[in-house]
Each structure stands twice: as structure tokens, then as C-alpha cells.
Design a protein around this ligand. Structure first.
Ligand code: FAD
Length: 599
């Protein structure tokens, strides 16, 4: 029996009972779709992930990519076999326009289907996901010629894509990148510089690799206002679409990681003279869009990329939860507290309340995070396709304020779910024979990339909740308030939760005002990670109340499980925010005043 990855029952509940994904099919863009086509993609994804991605997950972890004697990157063949199959099923193109060969699948359904692959094998699934993000950015900002040259080849899986932002000296602070791009007489550019941490940066899995590279054109303004974006293929592509000379992009080395080992991670040199395309050193690049707008193009994609990281964290947490649940049902150990007879048979682990505590905590984290990710994905669909302009703008605003939470909350709490999954398995959880330790290691990346946890806190408190005079935060409060009002009307346990939620939302508003009222950003932002975590818990409490309302009065284990997880979240998790808000309200200076010399 393959290890469980995700719950189709839960996905169906969230997509259809709660978010009414089927209603999207009235929109022109999704008119060809129906519940049947959504289900077909979900079924296909579940099968492919289970049969072709999960089986080599451990092998790819144990045999990480390496550089051969001939300088090529060697990756276990199972990875290419799975990716070729993924490409043949046309899933890379699923969300793209029909004119590009895509299916125009709503983001809501696309994300749900991709979660199967992320939970099955984070390492292998990163290649097509990077390619989709790259192709999406190219489609949004590239010229017709650029789109025609690169996008169809990427959607067919012949070319893979990368995102080259980070440099050895510039990670969180992209203002400090130094890669240079010098314009040439023929309209192209030559790039020189080093890019660090580039996932999928070099390999033989595809015919070509399309790097999207942030660089500065000499004479551009300093800081983020002087950053441009370039298309830099590993191998040059002629106007006829045929592959030409090798570009001057050289693999310097591989990074050896704690987890996510199946995705090759590279240090690349652009333009160091290792290759001389058209007889000259320098990596040939093509400007994407206008000069100096590179970071804004990247940020255009950032909401989706960050939600994608949230999904990766969620999927890994979800797989660990289900695997620890299976284990707790089958492993016997100890007896009930009241059992007096030592010769009575031991009970399954799940009979112990403390084990159920760990399972309930995991369930509340992973199902809460999955629901938030799908809610945000639906906002992307609303932003892109809602009938009226106001509805689109509202969806965009809510998405802006929720994105740091959708990225960071699963990255923190679904990682914690993996920690609890290991604990449920005891010593076996710590052993490599079982999967949960790898899930934990793979998941540990997610609070780091696509903007660290700290950067998300600065983004939420320093930008998102104060932008447009606090309009995003006000809209979030109003949206949560509407849920609470429905819950009060429903009465019973939902109303009890709604009272707690309303009080917590009041605290978010009051604390935000208290932090900003002195007008000192240094003080306001000193504890921005604490703010991010407190707001995150309030948001997930809201999402649990939403789920509870969707459950209604239906009977059965699945619905009782949802009720129990919601109860757990409101009783055990939401109260954690009280001391966090107290600390923030006091404008605590402990971290601000701690001097580097004191450590
Ligand atoms: C496995 C892996 C894959 C990656 N893939 C890619 C990729 O494909 N493409 C790409 O471009 N990059 C990629 N990255 C890079 C990733 O985005 C960076 O690691 C990340 O942006 C952080 O940068 P850094 O590692 O230089 O850490 P730093 O920026 O040095 O940060 C270190 C610590 O300091 C904190 N910090 C930094 N600045 C501030 C500040 N102003 N205020 C408060 N705290 C701060 C951070 O929160 C963090 O905790 C990848 C990284 C990893 C590990």
C-alpha cells in the first residue's frame, strides 16, 4: 500500500461544499469546465503522484544530484521518467490560455491538483512548478516573439525554467544585487554575475533551461528601482525555434541541502567566459518588458509564488499527518489508564489521549492551512475573472493582505505538524525507514525561501496592513465579521467560536493602531514576526469557523472530525494570541534594545 498523501474527501469538501468551485464555470474563461473536468484533473493528479512521484521520493533524497566527471549534473533516472509523464499529460499547461495549448483550469482547482505532487515528492515536483511560474511571468510581460520562442516549449516540458534572483551577498535584500546587463547593438544584452541558490539551475532533464535573471543595466538608479529582468537561455534559441550555441551560463557548484534534495540547487556564473556565444564572453540575455521594472514583474508573480510555497508546506504537513494517523491506528503500545490486567492486549496508540492531542493538532494545522490556501487561490480566480471591476479589486486587496499569512503560517505550523508526526511514531519517526523525518527536512525550507519568515512579518505589518490607509486590513476585518455574524445566527458551538473570533479581530485592529501610533517604524516593526504569528492564528481561526459553517448539522465521522479540529483550534490555539497581543501592545523593546555586543 502506498503511503497516504492527501485526503480527497477533504479536498472535495473544501472545493465543492465550502468554496463552490463549480460556480466558477459560469465565467467565460472556465465555460468549458464542469465538476466532471475538475474531478478528472484531480483524479489524474492523485494517480500520477501516487504511482510515479511518490515511489522515488526516498531514493531521490538518498541519491542527491551530483556533478559527473564530464561536468554534467546527474540525477536519478526516475525523476526524468516522472517528469516526462507529467509533461505528456499536459498538466504543465493546465492553467494557461487555450491559445497556448492550455486548459484554462481555475487556479483553485489547479492548486488542489498540484498539492498531490507536492505532498508526494517535493523535489521532483519543483521542476514543473518553477517552469509554470516562469512561463506565467513570460506570458504576462514578454513580447509576442519572446512568448512564441519560449512558452510553448516550456508548456510541452521540452524547456524547463528557473528564477534567478538571489546572489551570494544578496538574499533578502535584492536591492544589493550586482549582476550587470550591458546592451548590445542588436538589442540583446550581455550579462555578468553570480546567482546563488538557483533551483533547477543545471541538469539534463529537459532540452533547454530558461533562466529569468534579475540584473542591473549600467546607469540605472541604485536600489530596487534599478533592477531589470532578463530571459537567459542555457542554450541559445534561433528565430526558427531550433537550439543553437551554448550560452555563457556556467555551473560553479551544487548546494548540499538538509532536505528537498531531489531538486538540484546551484551556484551559477553568468558571463564568466566559460562559453563564448557568437565568439564573445558574456551571457546573452533578452530584456523582459521595460528596463528597471524587473522587480515589479517578479512581484506580480510573488502572490502566486508565495501561495505556492504555502501549499508545499501544507502538502508536506498533510502527508505526515496522514502517515502518523495510519501508524497510530496500527501500532499497539501500552494499555488504557484504567486497565488493571497486565496480560490484556496492548491498545493502538490512537487510544491514548496524548496521541490524539498530537493528531488533532496536526489535523487543525494541515486542514486549516489547506483551506486557507484554497481560499486564496479562489481569490486569484476572482481577481482575474470576477464579473465586475469592484469585485476584482476587492479580491486583489484581500489577497494582498492575506498573502504573507498564506506563505508563512503553513511554513511554520505544517512544519510543526511534521515535528508532531515524528513524535507520534516515537523512535521509528526518527529513523530513515519511515518517511516522516524526510517530510520534516523537506518542509524546513519553506520558512526560508520566497521571503523568509522575518521578511513576511515586515511585509504584513510594514506594508500590507497600512497600505491604502489600512483598506486591506479593514476588508479582512469586515470579511471575518461577516463569517462571525453567520456563525452567531447559526448558534451553538459556532456562535461560541464566533464570540472568541470577534474579540481576537478587535485585538488585531487595536494592536495594529497601538504599534503605529508612536510613528516610529523601528519600534513598530521590532516584533513584526510576533505580529505575523498572532494575525496568522486569527486568520486560521476564521478559516476554521468557515469550515464549521460549511459542515452545518451533517452527521458522520468526517464532519465530527471537522468539528473536533475546529474546537481544538479555538480552545488550544487561538488563546496563544492573547500574550502575543499583550507584548505587542506594550511596544516591548526587549529585542530592539538588545545590543549585538551582549550576545
Ligand atoms: C533550497 C533553496 C532553494 C532556493 N531557490 C532559489 C531560487 O530558485 N532562486 C532564487 O533566486 N533564490 C532561491 N533561494 C534563495 C532564497 O530565496 C534565499 O535563501 C532567501 O531569500 C534568504 O536569503 P539568504 O539565504 O541570503 O538569507 P539572508 O537574507 O542573509 O537572511 C538571513 C536571516 O536574516 C534575516 N533578515 C535578513 N534581512 C533582514 C531584515 N532586513 N530585517 C529582518 N531580518 C532580516 C532573515 O529573515 C533570515 O532569518 C533558495 C534558497 C534555498 C535554501
Amino acid at each position: 500500500m502506498p503511503a497516504p498523501i492527501l485526503s480527497r474527501r477533504d479536498l472535495d469538501f473544501l472545493l465543492y461544499d465550502w468554496l463552490d468551485a463549480e460556480s466558477l464555470t459560469v465565467r467565460d474563461r472556465f465555460a468549458e469546465h464542469s465538476r466532471a473536468t475538475f474531478d478528472a484533473v484531480l483524479d489524474l493528479s492523485a494517480d500520477l503522484a501516487t504511482e510515479h512521484f511518490q515511489p522515488h521520493n526516498k531514493k531521490a533524497d538518498a541519491h542527491e544530484p551530483r556533478i559527473n566527471a564530464d561536468g554534467r549534473v546527474e540525477i536519478i533516472p526516475d525523476v526524468k521518467a516522472a517528469l516526462d509523464l507529467f509533461a505528456r499529460t499536459e498538466l504543465i499547461a493546465a492553467g494557461f490560455d487555450e491559445s497556448l495549448g492550455g486548459m484554462q483550469l481555475p487556479v483553485t482547482v489547479l492548486r488542489a491538483s498540484m498539492a498531490w505532487f507536492q505532498g508526494a515528492n517535493a523535489g521532483t515536483s519543483a521542476y514543473p512548478f518553477l517552469t509554470m511560474a516562469n512561463a506565467s511571468l513570460l506570458t504576462a510581460h514578454g513580447s509576442d516573439e519572446q512568448i512564441a520562442t519560449f512558452v510553448p516549449a516550456m508548456l510541452e516540458g521540452r524547456f524547463f525554467g528557473t528564477m534567478c534572483l538571489s546572489e551570494p551577498q544578496a538574499g533578502s535584500s535584492l536591492a544589493d544585487i550586482t549582476t550587470r546587463a550591458v546592451s548590445q547593438d542588436d538589442g540583446s544584452y550581455r550579462l555578468t554575475g553570480s546567482k546563488m541558490w538557483i533551483s533547477g539551475g543545471d541538469h539534463e532533464l529537459s532540452e533547454n533551461i530558461v533562466h529569468l535573471v534579475l540584473a542591473r543595466i549600467p546607469g540605472s538608479p541604485a536600489g530596487v528601482k534599478g533592477i531589470s529582468l532578463f530571459i537567459v537561455p542555457k542554450t541559445l534559441v534561433g528565430k526558427d525555434g531550433l537550439l543553437g550555441e551554448r550560452n555563457d551560463v556556467a555551473l560553479v557548484g551544487l548546494n548540499h541541502k538538509m532536505g528537498n534534495r531531489g531538486t538540484v540547487n546551484t551556484l551559477l556564473n553568468f558571463g564568466d567566459g566559460s562559453f563564448t556565444p557568437e565568439g564573445q564572453a558574456g551571457a546573452v540575455g533578452h530584456l523582459l518588458g521595460e528596463p528597471n521594472k524587473g522587480l515589479s514583474y517578479m512581484f506580480h508573480m510573488m502572490n502566486e509564488a508565495r501561495i505556492g510555497v504555502g501549499f508545499l508546506a501544507t502538502s508536506l504537513g498533510y502527508a505526515g499527518y496522514l502517515q502518523s494517523l495510519d501508524y497510530a491506528r496500527t501500532r499497539t503500545q501500552g494499555r488504557a489508564l484504567g486497565a488493571k490486567d497486565p496480560s490484556s492486549p496492548p491498545v493502538p496508540l490512537i487510544e491514548h489521549a496524548d496521541v490524539r492531542r498530537m493528531l488533532l493538532a496536526q489535523k487543525s494545522y494541515v486542514e486549516g492551512a489547506l483551506a486557507l490556501g484554497l481560499y486564496c487561490s479562489k481569490l486569484v480566480d476572482e481577481q482575474n475573472t470576477a464579473a465586475d471591476v469592484d469585485a476584482r479589486a476587492r479580491a486583489g486587496l484581500l489577497l494582498d493582505v492575506l498573502t504573507p499569512v498564506a506563505k508563512s503560517w503553513p511554513s511554520q505550523w505544517c512544519l510543526h505538524a511534521n515535528d508532531l508526526a515524528i513524535q507520534v511514531l516515537g523512535g521509528y519517526g526518527y529513523a530513515r525507514e519511515f518517511d516522516v523525518e524526510q517530510l520534516y527536512r523537506d518542509n524546513r525550507l519553506n520558512p526560508i525561501h520566497e521571503g523568509t519568515h522575518g521578511i513576511q512579518g515586515l511585509d504584513l505589518l510594514g506594508r500590507k496592513v497600512i497600505m491604502q490607509g489600512g483598506a486591506g486590513l479593514a476588508l479582512l476585518g469586515k470579511t471575518i465579521g461577516a463569517t462571525a455574524a453567520r456563525a452567531m445566527e447559526a448558534g451553538g458551538e459556532a456562535a461560541q467560536h464566533a464570540t472568541l473570533l470577534s474579540a481576537a479581530v478587535m485585538r488585531v485592529g487595536a494592536t495594529t493602531a497601538a504599534l503605529w501610533s508612536p510613528g516610529d517604524p523601528e519600534v513598530a516593526l521590532a516584533n513584526s514576526s510576533v505580529y505575523l504569528e498572532a494575525v496568522g492564528h486569527v486568520v486560521i481561526a476564521w478559516i476554521w469557523l468557515e469550515q464549521l459553517l460549511a459542515v452545518g448539522d451533517r452527521a458522520g465521522d468526517f464532519f465530527d472530525g471537522k468539528r473536533a479540529a475546529a474546537r481544538y483550534f479555538f480552545r488550544v490555539e487561538l488563546p496563544r494570541t492573547g500574550p502575543q497581543f499583550d507584548l505587542l501592545d506594550s511596544l516591548d523593546r526587549t529585542t530592539l534594545d538588545a545590543q549585538p555586543g551582549w550576545f
